[in-house]
Ligand binder design. Sequence first.
Ligand SMILES: *[C@@H]1O[C@H](CO)[C@@H](O)[C@H](O)[C@H]1NC(C)=O
Ligand SMILES: *[C@@H]1O[C@H](CO)[C@@H](O)[C@H](O)[C@H]1NC(C)=O
Ligand SMILES: *[C@@H]1O[C@H](CO)[C@@H](O)[C@H](O)[C@H]1NC(C)=O
Ligand SMILES: *[C@@H]1O[C@H](CO)[C@@H](O)[C@H](O)[C@H]1NC(C)=O
Ligand SMILES: *[C@@H]1O[C@H](CO)[C@@H](O)[C@H](O)[C@H]1NC(C)=O
Ligand SMILES: *[C@@H]1O[C@H](CO)[C@@H](O)[C@H](O)[C@H]1NC(C)=O
Ligand SMILES: *[C@@H]1O[C@H](CO)[C@@H](O)[C@H](O)[C@H]1NC(C)=O
Ligand SMILES: *[C@@H]1O[C@H](CO)[C@@H](O)[C@H](O)[C@H]1NC(C)=O
Ligand SMILES: *[C@@H]1O[C@H](CO)[C@@H](O)[C@H](O)[C@H]1NC(C)=O
Length: 439
Amino acid sequence: MISFGRLVVAIFATGSSLPSTFYYGYSILKHYGGNGPYSDRVSYGIDRNPPAGCAVDQVIGLFRHGERYPDPSTGKEMVAALDKLYAANTTFKGDLAFLNDWTYFVPSTSYYAQETFTGPYAGLLTAYSHGTEYGARYGYLWDGHSDIPIFSSGYERVIETARKLGEGFFGYNYSSVVALNIIPEADSQAANSLTPSYSLTGSLPIFDVAAARIMSQNPAVNISASNVYYLMQMAAFELNARPFSDWIDVFTLDEWASFGYTQDLSYYYSVGQVYVNATATLLNDGPRNGSLFWSFAHDTNITPVIAALGILNPSQSLPTDRVAWGNRWSTGNIVPMQGHVILERLSCNATAIALKDTYVRIVLNEAVVPLQNCQNGPGYSCSLSNYTNFVSTLPSFTESCGIPADVSQHLNFFWNWNNMSIYDYQNGTIPYHDAATNV
Ligand SMILES: *[C@@H]1O[C@H](CO)[C@@H](O)[C@H](O)[C@H]1NC(C)=O
Ligand SMILES: *[C@@H]1O[C@H](CO)[C@@H](O)[C@H](O)[C@H]1NC(C)=O
Ligand SMILES: *[C@@H]1O[C@H](CO)[C@@H](O)[C@H](O)[C@H]1NC(C)=O
Ligand SMILES: *[C@@H]1O[C@H](CO)[C@@H](O)[C@H](O)[C@H]1NC(C)=O
Ligand SMILES: *[C@@H]1O[C@H](CO)[C@@H](O)[C@H](O)[C@H]1NC(C)=O
Ligand SMILES: *[C@@H]1O[C@H](CO)[C@@H](O)[C@H](O)[C@H]1NC(C)=O
Ligand SMILES: *[C@@H]1O[C@H](CO)[C@@H](O)[C@H](O)[C@H]1NC(C)=O
Ligand SMILES: *[C@@H]1O[C@H](CO)[C@@H](O)[C@H](O)[C@H]1NC(C)=O
Ligand SMILES: *[C@@H]1O[C@H](CO)[C@@H](O)[C@H](O)[C@H]1NC(C)=O
């Protein structure tokens, strides 16, 4: 997880010349959308550390679960695409030669939907690592004795991620300090939820080219562009559990770039006002009411928050028949596995261009992303008062989504958490959760 910023600093330190070659665009880690391992966001170059004269006095984070096995419904499509290849009953040649020895990366159906725990990108490992990194960065915000709540939506892989990140952050103090609060994903929670909800599969013409290439190398094979889509998705998922996926090289970089865009399309929707509004209240309460707020949910709960903040909205609607090159709504940079958005409350001294005041910064996957219309505080931050004004202009979730008056109109759990620690660890076998049938 070396970010380019750190690399430049390292190079300055050794006195070598600056590199003039950049590889980000050529890495498949940026072209599988939310399906594969975490990578830091490509930054604008704004320092990740607080600007001179400012200190972070409160931090509020929303994390996606870590790297995981596919959901049963997606796994079924992957197996169906594989079965079409195996049906050829042939010795595979060309780009598929590896398939003569390859085995499916999901050991059994009971692993579907759960966090991965093998390989360098294992979900449980990423969560623990992020916890240790955040412990080093923000650990001073814990006073050494108070209970700290961690909020997780009620879904096994999300809960496991919250636990591992908490263990990484608090180390030996995890079990005595952390109060894991599980917020059900049920619709009956209405606005009092981390998952006020809403998904899509895309195909682009270039997937037909990939299918034709595979069939020309293996004439007994018959696969479609849709099978290609799931084989590409499978490559990304295989990386969640194994060091490498041979499937990556079956497809060209151009095909990967298109695949990434199909993922961008499937995420561009919905309402994140609930979380943005509740956290604005926390920022105004300030550290006296708690300095550390970690919440855990799904990709589809983070993208609406990014959309509500208006920091990455595309300048025009996304075409569905071709790739919108250079599109800011690049999912691999927003919700990779364990993607996260952090709100930092900054307490700042006066500078030549900014008053002594409280400011807010948004950090997405370790890169600072300034608000569109409010960025003249230190480090391109926004004053808390202007931030609060901005949040108050967002359309209300309860009004726009017609939430009935007899259910929760607001997110309340930040102020009503239970300090028990009974959910801090998994007890017994991980329950199988079939996302397709919700059992
Ligand atoms: C703000 O200024 C005060 C007084 O000079 C200083 O003690 C404090 O460390 C400064 N805060 C930061 C975050 O630099
Ligand atoms: C696959 O090919 C082998 C060898 O040619 C043959 O013995 C076998 O019956 C074939 N299997 C199917 C399912 O067609
Ligand atoms: C945190 O852990 C350390 C090391 O075990 C221990 O000395 C300390 O009392 C713990 N603090 C709390 C609040 O549990
Ligand atoms: C390939 O499969 C498709 C869909 O199952 C079918 O319509 C088509 O006829 C098949 N082509 C060949 C050459 O078998
Ligand atoms: C924003 O949050 C506050 C505190 O949680 C709540 O009182 C208020 O009604 C919310 N506003 C909207 C528009 O949702
Ligand atoms: C926040 O803290 C202040 C001061 O300690 C207290 O008066 C207020 O009730 C707290 N707000 C909530 C929602 O807990
Ligand atoms: C913040 O709000 C004040 C008062 O409304 C306004 O004068 C100032 O220009 C705003 N700053 C930004 C960066 O929007
Ligand atoms: C929860 O709070 C109560 C009352 O303050 C305290 O006695 C108890 O030890 C706390 N429990 C945990 C797990 O921190
Ligand atoms: C684990 O769960 C079982 C059944 O729910 C319960 O009886 C047991 O006390 C739990 N163990 C721990 C250590 O929480």
